[in-house]
Design a protein around this ligand. Sequence first.
Ligand code: SF4
Ligand code: SF4
Length: 175
Amino acid sequence: MRQDVGENRTASDLCVKCGLCCNGALFDFGPLSDDEKDRVRDAGLTIIEKEGKTAFGLPCPCLKGAFCTVYEDRPQTCRTFRCSTLKALEAEMITYSEAEARIEQGVKALADLQAQLPANATPADARRWRREAGRAEAAKTLSASPMVMMALGLLDVVLDQYFRGTDQRQVMLRE
Ligand code: SF4
Ligand code: SF4
């Protein structure tokens, strides 16, 4: 059922303008249960298996623009995930217009980061470089990219404030 979230709009109307939970801005991965692994792999997602846990990698290859191209086959975590802005909207704590404004900030902060990244690099790569800061083998790469670290920090401020829950601050998985 489509839930009306005000101004005659639905949550889907909002999400198709966003995609931050699918495009690697918010997370490096999404958890998967074992019984959906094969179906999700067949749908085209990238499976990650590490330390006995299964996940799919982000950015999701099934995202086109801000649309999910495997909507009927999407993992359970995609069906249930609600970012902080969507929860606030559904709880009528913010208006649809306010939610749109938050998304515009998040999308812009991601675009600003992408503009600083080398070709084919993702926010997950930038987060990994930040984790490696101070390690000798990473010093050369990091010293060449202070703008990347600044843009990543600004993106995290927006995402932590408006999209991640308190238990999801700067979530990361891949080394
Ligand atoms: S981050 Fe929130 S608003 Fe954006 S697509 Fe995901 S659930 Fe929807
Ligand atoms: S399967 Fe669909 S909803 Fe899930 S991360 Fe990929 S594009 Fe997003």
